[in-house]
Design a binder for this molecule. Sequence first.
Ligand code: ADP
Ligand code: MG
Length: 276
Amino acid sequence: MTPREVDVHKLPAMLTALRLPSFQAHWQAFAARADDEGWSAAGFLAALAECELAERETRRIQRHLTDSRLPAGKTLATFDFEALTTVPRRRIEALAAGDWIDAGHNLVAIGNSGAGKTHILAAVGHALIEAGYRVLYARTTELVQRLQAARRDLALEAALAKLDKFHLVILDDITYAQKDQAESSVLFELIARRYETKSLAVAANQPFSAWKRVFPDEAMAVAAIDRLVHHATILEMNVDSYRRRAAEGRAGKAAAAATTTTDNPTDNHEGAQQTA
Ligand code: ADP
Ligand code: MG
């Protein structure tokens, strides 16, 4: 068959059937440039193929980001490393690279409310998605409820299997709510299933000694913590609440500005308004 016998009008349908949306979107512009600039047929085809691959990667990352339910905006770019005095920056950056995910290791962030646990776990999650991993973010209580509903429908195994496609599951606020026997047992199932094969990242505002809230059955608590921490990076994040510091910072600035204004009324416009 010579090219002349191919019906160009069929091209959109053929490209759709082949799942080549970027070919579809760009072939006319590329063809015009190829004609203008005298590209070879192979060069034209290679340029389109390269474009399809690049856009496919972007679409994939976008899809994985949507699937992840990660809170938007909580990224490494928006994280103030100076504020987290207990963990060196390079340790977080190493986590963002993902070797621990390949090894099926875990991450546990422990610290008071407002310390930045959710932000840092989400930021690592975002970076891992960019690096090609699949991540799911969940508030522990919500995920536990979903798993319990699955268990009632005799579909717990399938629900856990569904989570296997994620290289990393982030369980936020694991100590937040007191869990009963049934709740803690599905959570234990999840931890046991992923042990040494798929990673978990957990945020807790209680030290392990207080995990009786999570697992009222003491033997189960020991077994779960054992599996979680066996191969884990622990981030100790007992630092001042970032929220409170930010609020105090604003209040402090306003107060300082107000004082400055009394000394030198022309110094700070914002302060002048404050005292006015
Ligand atoms: P936690 O989960 O430990 O309670 P969050 O991660 O929710 O704390 O942090 C509380 C708020 O402060 C969030 O809006 C978060 O984005 C912000 N925050 C916390 N730590 C930092 C930080 N080091 N740099 C930038 N923002 C931070
Ligand atoms: Mg949090």
